[in-house]
Design a protein around this ligand. Sequence first.
Ligand code: BG6
Ligand code: MG
Length: 215
Amino acid sequence: MIKGVIFDLDGVLVSTDEMHFKAWKKLAEELGISNFTKDDNKRQKGVSRMDSLEIVLEKGSKSFSDVEKAILADRKNDYYIELLRELNEEAVLPHAVETLNMLRKRGVLIGLGSVSKNTPVILERTGLAPFIDKVSCGFDITRSKPDPEVFLVAAKKLGLANEECLVVEDSAAGVVAAKAANMKSLGVGPENKLLGAEYSSYDLQSEVDWDEILN
Ligand code: BG6
Ligand code: MG
Protein backbone atom coordinates (compact mmCIF):
# COMPACT_ATOMS: atom_id res chain seq x y z
CA MET A 1 0.00 0.00 0.00
CA ILE A 2 1.24 3.48 -0.88
CA LYS A 3 1.60 5.70 2.22
CA GLY A 4 3.64 8.52 0.70
CA VAL A 5 3.90 10.27 -2.66
CA ILE A 6 7.23 11.88 -3.56
CA PHE A 7 6.91 14.60 -6.19
CA ASP A 8 9.66 15.86 -8.45
CA LEU A 9 9.51 19.67 -8.62
CA ASP A 10 10.53 21.10 -12.02
CA GLY A 11 8.00 20.00 -14.66
CA VAL A 12 5.75 18.18 -12.16
CA LEU A 13 4.58 20.81 -9.65
CA VAL A 14 5.97 23.96 -11.28
CA SER A 15 6.79 25.10 -14.80
CA THR A 16 10.41 26.22 -14.51
CA ASP A 17 11.66 24.29 -17.54
CA GLU A 18 11.52 27.31 -19.86
CA MET A 19 13.57 29.35 -17.36
CA HIS A 20 16.24 26.63 -17.15
CA PHE A 21 16.33 26.55 -20.98
CA LYS A 22 16.66 30.34 -21.32
CA ALA A 23 19.49 30.47 -18.77
CA TRP A 24 21.45 27.61 -20.39
CA LYS A 25 20.84 29.09 -23.86
CA LYS A 26 22.25 32.45 -22.76
CA LEU A 27 25.38 30.79 -21.38
CA ALA A 28 25.73 28.62 -24.51
CA GLU A 29 25.60 31.67 -26.78
CA GLU A 30 28.20 33.48 -24.68
CA LEU A 31 30.44 30.46 -25.23
CA GLY A 32 29.90 30.62 -29.00
CA ILE A 33 27.56 27.60 -28.99
CA SER A 34 24.63 28.67 -31.16
CA ASN A 35 23.07 25.24 -31.73
CA PHE A 36 21.91 24.44 -28.17
CA THR A 37 18.29 23.33 -28.67
CA LYS A 38 15.18 22.35 -26.72
CA ASP A 39 16.02 18.72 -27.49
CA ASP A 40 19.37 19.15 -25.73
CA ASN A 41 17.49 20.81 -22.88
CA LYS A 42 15.19 17.76 -22.57
CA ARG A 43 18.25 15.66 -21.72
CA GLN A 44 18.99 18.06 -18.84
CA LYS A 45 15.70 17.21 -17.10
CA GLY A 46 16.28 15.69 -13.69
CA VAL A 47 20.06 15.76 -13.92
CA SER A 48 22.33 17.95 -11.80
CA ARG A 49 23.57 21.42 -12.68
CA MET A 50 27.10 20.14 -13.40
CA ASP A 51 25.86 17.25 -15.56
CA SER A 52 23.58 19.71 -17.38
CA LEU A 53 26.61 21.91 -18.09
CA GLU A 54 28.35 18.94 -19.76
CA ILE A 55 25.34 18.60 -22.10
CA VAL A 56 25.87 22.24 -23.15
CA LEU A 57 29.66 21.95 -23.49
CA GLU A 58 29.52 18.82 -25.65
CA LYS A 59 27.87 21.01 -28.34
CA GLY A 60 31.03 23.15 -28.53
CA SER A 61 34.70 22.43 -29.16
CA LYS A 62 36.40 24.20 -26.24
CA SER A 63 37.54 22.32 -23.15
CA PHE A 64 37.44 23.74 -19.62
CA SER A 65 39.10 22.90 -16.30
CA ASP A 66 36.97 21.85 -13.30
CA VAL A 67 37.41 25.32 -11.79
CA GLU A 68 36.25 27.00 -15.02
CA LYS A 69 33.27 24.62 -15.21
CA ALA A 70 32.25 25.53 -11.66
CA ILE A 71 32.37 29.23 -12.63
CA LEU A 72 30.25 28.57 -15.76
CA ALA A 73 27.65 26.61 -13.73
CA ASP A 74 27.49 29.49 -11.22
CA ARG A 75 27.00 31.95 -14.07
CA LYS A 76 24.08 29.93 -15.45
CA ASN A 77 22.58 29.77 -11.97
CA ASP A 78 22.84 33.57 -11.65
CA TYR A 79 20.84 33.91 -14.90
CA TYR A 80 18.31 31.34 -13.64
CA ILE A 81 17.91 33.09 -10.26
CA GLU A 82 17.30 36.35 -12.12
CA LEU A 83 14.46 34.65 -14.03
CA LEU A 84 13.11 33.08 -10.81
CA ARG A 85 12.44 36.60 -9.48
CA GLU A 86 9.36 36.56 -11.74
CA LEU A 87 8.16 33.24 -10.28
CA ASN A 88 4.88 33.21 -8.37
CA GLU A 89 1.85 30.95 -7.82
CA GLU A 90 0.94 31.24 -11.51
CA ALA A 91 3.85 28.90 -12.25
CA VAL A 92 2.17 26.05 -10.33
CA LEU A 93 1.11 23.42 -12.88
CA PRO A 94 -2.55 22.45 -13.42
CA HIS A 95 -4.08 20.16 -10.76
CA ALA A 96 -1.01 20.34 -8.50
CA VAL A 97 -2.69 22.03 -5.55
CA GLU A 98 -5.90 19.97 -5.75
CA THR A 99 -3.86 16.75 -5.98
CA LEU A 100 -1.74 17.68 -2.96
CA ASN A 101 -4.90 18.55 -1.01
CA MET A 102 -6.66 15.34 -2.05
CA LEU A 103 -3.68 13.20 -0.98
CA ARG A 104 -3.42 15.01 2.36
CA LYS A 105 -7.14 14.39 3.01
CA ARG A 106 -6.59 10.69 2.33
CA GLY A 107 -3.81 10.62 4.94
CA VAL A 108 -1.02 10.21 2.38
CA LEU A 109 2.33 11.84 3.30
CA ILE A 110 3.77 14.27 0.76
CA GLY A 111 7.49 14.28 -0.08
CA LEU A 112 9.48 16.37 -2.51
CA GLY A 113 12.41 14.80 -4.38
CA SER A 114 14.32 17.23 -6.59
CA VAL A 115 18.05 17.52 -7.29
CA SER A 116 17.64 21.29 -7.65
CA LYS A 117 19.44 23.49 -5.13
CA ASN A 118 16.87 26.17 -5.91
CA THR A 119 14.10 23.99 -4.43
CA PRO A 120 13.61 26.03 -1.20
CA VAL A 121 13.25 29.35 -3.04
CA ILE A 122 10.90 27.84 -5.65
CA LEU A 123 8.65 26.28 -2.98
CA GLU A 124 8.53 29.61 -1.15
CA ARG A 125 7.83 31.79 -4.22
CA THR A 126 5.08 29.52 -5.55
CA GLY A 127 3.36 29.09 -2.18
CA LEU A 128 3.78 25.29 -2.34
CA ALA A 129 5.89 24.93 0.83
CA PRO A 130 2.94 24.37 3.23
CA PHE A 131 1.69 21.42 1.14
CA ILE A 132 4.91 19.41 1.50
CA ASP A 133 5.67 17.28 4.59
CA LYS A 134 9.36 16.59 3.87
CA VAL A 135 11.77 17.98 1.29
CA SER A 136 14.75 16.13 -0.18
CA CYS A 137 16.69 18.38 -2.57
CA GLY A 138 20.10 19.18 -4.04
CA PHE A 139 21.43 20.13 -0.59
CA ASP A 140 20.64 16.64 0.82
CA ILE A 141 22.45 14.55 -1.77
CA THR A 142 25.79 13.96 -3.42
CA ARG A 143 24.53 11.98 -6.44
CA SER A 144 21.98 13.19 -8.99
CA LYS A 145 19.18 11.22 -10.69
CA PRO A 146 19.27 8.57 -12.18
CA ASP A 147 20.90 7.65 -8.86
CA PRO A 148 18.08 6.92 -6.36
CA GLU A 149 19.65 8.94 -3.50
CA VAL A 150 17.20 11.88 -3.60
CA PHE A 151 14.18 9.54 -3.29
CA LEU A 152 15.82 7.33 -0.64
CA VAL A 153 16.46 10.44 1.47
CA ALA A 154 12.83 11.56 0.97
CA ALA A 155 11.44 8.17 2.09
CA LYS A 156 13.72 8.20 5.13
CA LYS A 157 12.61 11.72 6.08
CA LEU A 158 8.96 10.64 5.71
CA GLY A 159 9.64 7.61 7.92
CA LEU A 160 8.38 5.20 5.24
CA ALA A 161 9.77 2.04 3.62
CA ASN A 162 10.87 2.63 0.01
CA GLU A 163 8.15 0.38 -1.44
CA GLU A 164 5.49 2.38 0.45
CA CYS A 165 6.33 5.43 -1.68
CA LEU A 166 5.19 6.39 -5.18
CA VAL A 167 7.29 8.82 -7.22
CA VAL A 168 5.80 11.38 -9.63
CA GLU A 169 8.26 12.34 -12.39
CA ASP A 170 8.51 14.07 -15.76
CA SER A 171 12.03 12.87 -16.60
CA ALA A 172 13.46 9.55 -17.75
CA ALA A 173 16.35 9.96 -15.30
CA GLY A 174 13.81 10.34 -12.47
CA VAL A 175 11.88 7.20 -13.44
CA VAL A 176 15.13 5.19 -13.53
CA ALA A 177 15.98 6.63 -10.09
CA ALA A 178 12.57 5.60 -8.73
CA LYS A 179 12.99 2.02 -9.98
CA ALA A 180 16.46 1.88 -8.43
CA ALA A 181 14.87 3.01 -5.15
CA ASN A 182 12.30 0.16 -5.41
CA MET A 183 9.47 2.67 -5.84
CA LYS A 184 6.74 2.65 -8.48
CA SER A 185 6.28 5.84 -10.47
CA LEU A 186 3.74 7.97 -12.27
CA GLY A 187 5.14 9.64 -15.39
CA VAL A 188 3.61 13.04 -16.24
CA GLY A 189 4.15 15.79 -18.81
CA PRO A 190 4.46 15.83 -22.61
CA GLU A 191 6.73 12.74 -22.65
CA ASN A 192 4.71 10.76 -20.07
CA LYS A 193 4.18 7.66 -22.22
CA LEU A 194 7.90 7.43 -23.07
CA LEU A 195 9.31 7.54 -19.56
CA GLY A 196 8.94 3.85 -18.68
CA ALA A 197 6.87 4.50 -15.54
CA GLU A 198 4.24 2.02 -14.24
CA TYR A 199 1.53 4.71 -14.57
CA SER A 200 1.36 7.67 -16.96
CA SER A 201 -0.77 10.75 -17.54
CA TYR A 202 -0.36 14.12 -19.24
CA ASP A 203 -1.01 15.88 -15.93
CA LEU A 204 -1.67 15.00 -12.30
CA GLN A 205 -5.36 14.19 -12.76
CA SER A 206 -6.66 13.57 -16.30
CA GLU A 207 -5.60 9.95 -16.85
CA VAL A 208 -4.75 9.08 -13.24
CA ASP A 209 -6.73 6.56 -11.21
CA TRP A 210 -5.48 7.56 -7.75
CA ASP A 211 -7.65 4.83 -6.12
CA GLU A 212 -5.84 2.16 -8.12
CA ILE A 213 -2.41 3.68 -7.47
CA LEU A 214 -2.82 4.11 -3.73
CA ASN A 215 -4.35 0.69 -2.94
C1 BG6 B 1 16.16 19.53 -11.90
C2 BG6 B 1 15.98 20.01 -13.33
O1 BG6 B 1 14.96 19.59 -11.22
O2 BG6 B 1 17.13 20.34 -11.24
C3 BG6 B 1 17.33 20.01 -14.04
O3 BG6 B 1 15.10 19.13 -14.00
C4 BG6 B 1 18.33 20.86 -13.27
O4 BG6 B 1 17.16 20.51 -15.36
C5 BG6 B 1 18.44 20.33 -11.83
O5 BG6 B 1 19.60 20.80 -13.89
C6 BG6 B 1 19.39 21.13 -10.97
O6 BG6 B 1 18.82 22.38 -10.72
P1 BG6 B 1 19.51 23.64 -10.05
O7 BG6 B 1 18.33 24.56 -9.80
O8 BG6 B 1 20.14 23.18 -8.76
O9 BG6 B 1 20.50 24.16 -11.01
MG1 MG C 1 11.42 17.32 -13.47
